[in-house]
Design a protein around this ligand. Structure first.
Ligand SMILES: NC(=O)c1ccc[n+]([C@@H]2O[C@H](COP(=O)([O-])OP(=O)(O)OC[C@H]3O[C@@H](n4cnc5c(N)ncnc54)[C@H](O)[C@@H]3O)[C@@H](O)[C@H]2O)c1
Length: 256
């Protein structure tokens, strides 16, 4: 595949499904070689298969993004496989439980913070030095509309995503003169397994689906591909003056 990212290498975590798979495919469509990381082997290998089937180049790396040693190995694998690292989409995440601040289980709180926030920090901890060696790069962290506003019964998720937005700003400021741009993407509700199959399971309940759709002024949920296109744009030269920003892609959810 030929495109604006010919010769570039993109790393995507949580690439085994949903937004991560869509981003991995979108990077490949632009000509990038893709390192697809996920804790789920089947999903990650399927993403690689889809990229290869459409003429691209990709490698799966099984990674639990909450483990520092595995994140370091993931970044090393990207460089060993393709010689460089230009883009990183730190995207793996989990929805956690739906429970109030009072009732939220402590073990779930710790797991959500580890996957959604600590893992994004670990990703950048190992990605940024490699990009500095090369003289530049672009990072996009997946936050959420819940990185900007609250929603009852999601204390851990909302806290973790607000943390991602703050962390993104710090990393952007630290690297602003080093050729590395760091942004966050803040999706509204998107039709992925997280929303359609788990959590609120909107795929199996038309009423729930319609309720969620109606929370967005555009009266629908988003598609993973609509997030992927924004991630690709944020990594492209077209976004060369954009850094340190939470970019909202939410059908006007947060405009209300
Ligand atoms: N779907 C939405 O409505 C929505 C909205 C806003 C933000 N997000 C965020 O987008 C990101 C992607 O979510 P999605 O909707 O595609 O969900 P998803 O469940 O479809 O995909 C998440 C992926 O992350 C992987 N993952 C989970 N824990 C991991 C770990 N410890 N190590 C490595 N991989 C791990 C899963 O295996 C899965 O492939 C998440 O950060 C999520 O919080 C989703």
């Amino acid at each position: 595949m030929a495109g604006q990212f010919d010769g570039k290498v993109a790393l995507v975590t949580g690439a085994g499904g949903g937004i991560g798979r869509a981003t991995a495919l979108a990077f490949a469509q632009q000509g990038a070689k893709v390192v697809a990381a996920d804790i789920t082997v089947e999903g990650g290998e399927e993403t690689v298969r889809q990229i290869k089937d459409s003429g691209g180049d990709a490698t799966f790396v099984g990674t639990d993004v909450t483990k520092a040693a595995e994140v370091e190995a993931m970044v090393n694998k990207a460089v060993d496989s393709y010689g460089r690292l230009d883009f990183a989409h730190n995207n793996a995440g989990t929805e956690g439980a739906l429970a109030t601040t009072v009732d939220y289980p402590e073990d779930v709180w710790n797991r959500v913070l580890a996957i959604n926030l600590t893992a994004v920090w670990l990703g950048m901890k190992y990605e940024i030095p490699r990009m500095l060696e090369q003289g530049g790069g672009a990072i996009v962290n997946t936050a959420s509309i819940l990185g900007l506003v609250g929603f009852p019964t999601t204390p851990a998720y909302t806290a973790s995503k607000h943390g991602v937005v703050g962390l993104t700003k710090v990393a952007a400021l630290e690297n602003a003169t080093q050729g590395i741009r760091v942004n966050a993407v803040c999706p509204g509700w998107i039709e992925t397994p997280m929303v359609m199959e788990r959590g609120v399971a909107a795929g199996a309940n038309r009423e729930v689906y319609d309720q969620i759709a109606n929370m967005h002024p555009v009266k629908r949920l988003g598609k993973a591909e609509e997030i992927a296109q924004v991630v690709v744009w944020l990594c492209s030269d077209a976004a060369s003056f954009v850094t340190g920003q939470p970019i909202t892609v939410d059908g006007a959810y947060t405009a209300q």
